[in-house]
Design a protein. Sequence first.
Length: 508
Amino acid sequence: MLSKIKTCVLYGLEGYEVDVETDISGGMPVFNIVGLPDISIRESKERVRSAIKNSGYSFPVSRITVNLAPANLKKEGSQIDLPIALGILCASKIVEKDMEDKTCVIGELSLDGRITAIDGALAMVIAMRNNNFTKIIVPSENKKECGVIEGIDVIPVESLKDLVCYLKGFKHIEPYKVIYDDTENKEEFTEDFSEIKGQPGLKRAVEIAAAGMHNILFLGSPGSGKTMIAQRIPTILPDLTFNESLEVTKIYSISGLLNNKGLIKKRPFRSPHHTSSRVAMAGGGSKPSPGEVSLSHYGVLFLDEIPEFPKNVIEVLRQPMEDGNISISRANGSFTFPAKFMMVASMNPCPCGYLGDPNHECSCNQSQINKYLSKISGPLLNRIDIQIEVSPVKYEDLKNNKPEESSAEIKGRIIKSRDIQKKRYENLGILTNSELSGKYISKYCKINKNSEQLLRDAFERLGLSARAYNKILKVARTIADLESSENIETVHIAEAIQYRSLDRKYWR
């Protein structure tokens, strides 16, 4: 007897339809799975056998052949356990109801017949919905993340026995639906910008960076507040939209970091340790998975003490910082993961950390300073829109009881600026000023003659590159948006230029 069950496998972030064809015939009892299965699928034979027996059904003592079609597509993941088990039950007439062509089945089996959560369930549901499937059977533990998808019925099941009873009509399971509410279960921040004393210039630079999603570098001595302010950047970023939340949740679901929760509603803040490898940062592995740059998608990637990272690790940031995605090529194919993040990096000016500090004397010689600074390459520095020197906090600022501006106040201005950008770039696929490409820079970042002369002088005096020139214009566009100015004025260009002079001071 032959049966066919539809399921899904992931290839990077994309899901592909797979037919699980099961044939039971006479001959020596043997259980074969063909069609390029990986180790986890080949091992499913024992899980499926035990799950069927422990659910109260007889396992056929016959020749069982399971074919995963198309045969030329490599199949990975334990989510094929359930369709294999269901295929055997259908082929042996325990379940006589034919599965509909537009019904997909995913789930991992325990030995006792329970259906356990899988990684990447959300990505599979989206892929099947896009392939015009009308129903998908998922593990009950994955229902929160999957139930938000419109256009497909999500049927959560807890065990193989529950699924059989549902298919036989003995049990009714309502499709699980979640109405998205961006105010429900929203995580509250424990940090706030009001806790930061003084540092008005630093706060201003961070506000500009957050408004346009510009990369930013803090350079200053230890204890000046670099890490403290970086950790509070998520508190001033606008809330994730539904589509952004869906993209972020999809990445975390595939990475196995969702922990059976619903949609992620808080912008990611990733702070990898400086011992992280290239694979951890960029993504990859034998089964390519997203790295830190993708886990920071629509959020913040904070690299504390960036010179302490191996140079080959931080150099992998070049492509995603420029393109908003990262491509990983392996022997079994190429994978592209989204990586639109705001990079925030901090560093000391020298190995001891006190070069230029008015309160401490630097103990480093020039050779040590040059060696330390050379860990950050010119091409990487060139991709950082805003570079700012952080001075030590004064005692008077620490003892000042005057209330500091809260995160909510700063966030209000940033949201207003983002709304201006959203309206300006409607239907262009651009969210913020940092994403502007060459042709759009010339269209949306026009400047007057005085500004052009100022920029020309800075370009020649500072020896700026073409990329630095474009980044100055994009930062100036963000400054103008924060002030609700339709035109970029000379004062906006002047402020943007000062954020590009730090590398000329320390790296020359």
